[in-house]
Design a binder for this molecule. Structure first.
Ligand SMILES: [Zn+2]
Length: 208
């Protein structure tokens, strides 16, 4: 665990250069073309998180086109104000399927904030957040659900979601200027730059 915290501290200091993004994009294309699809029945291995092996993690969206906004300060495309962007924006065509990054439990569904239709999933110490999805949230006596009928998606609050499972589709709900997945990651109460995790995932998956 200390190793992980050290890793995060060290990595968070790295300034993301243009070259870094190009490498990430190239690696994304590589991993997709090699067909490194994550098996849906992959086992949840807590030790994998602790030892920082991201071999099994799933890229969070199918057919990604570009990273359009990184983690950190930026001028908001909507408000024109400088603000901290707590996630990674991954552009994809409207309706592209979003995949669960790591097996976990749905702890929040919402459709009335700037995040749009969103899912928050907890996997041990990690929380992953998916914003601007298609569909909407509803309530029944059996509980709260998110439904995207045309996408064949229905997920429930409290449901356990396998790694790599389709949990929604890229939409334009909430505050957004184009179709993309806003992907947020937290470790404990701290937001983590998702690009750093993707970088580690590609490193391990390319090696395996
Ligand atoms: Zn975003």
């Amino acid at each position: 665990m200390n190793q992980l915290i050290y890793f995060l501290r060290k990595k968070l200091r790295i300034v993301l250069s243009q070259r870094f993004w190009l490498i990430l994009l190239a690696l994304t294309a590589l991993s997709l073309s090699l067909g490194t699809k994550v098996p849906l029945n992959a086992q949840y291995v807590p030790a994998a998180i602790a030892t920082n092996t991201w071999r099994y993690a799933s890229f969070p969206v199918e057919n990604p086109q570009a990273y359009t906004s990184g983690f950190g300060y930026r001028i908001s495309p909507v408000t024109g104000q400088s603000q901290f962007h707590y996630g990674l924006d991954i552009a994809a065509s409207l309706g592209s399927y979003v995949r669960n990054w790591w097996e976990g439990q749905i702890v929040e569904l919402s459709d009335h904030t700037a995040c749009g239709t969103m899912i928050r999933i907890r996997s041990g110490q990690w929380t992953h957040i998916y914003c601007h999805l298609m569909g909407s949230v509803g309530n029944t006596p059996q509980g709260q659900y998110l439904m995207d009928q045309d996408g064949g998606i229905i997920v429930w609050l409290g449901q356990n979601i396998p790694l790599g499972a389709r949990i929604g589709r890229v939409g334009m709900t909430g505050r957004t200027t184009g179709p993309h997945l806003h992907w947020g990651l937290m470790y404990g109460r701290e937001y983590v730059d998702p690009a750093l995790i993707l970088q580690e995932m590609f490193r391990y998956q390319a090696a395996s």
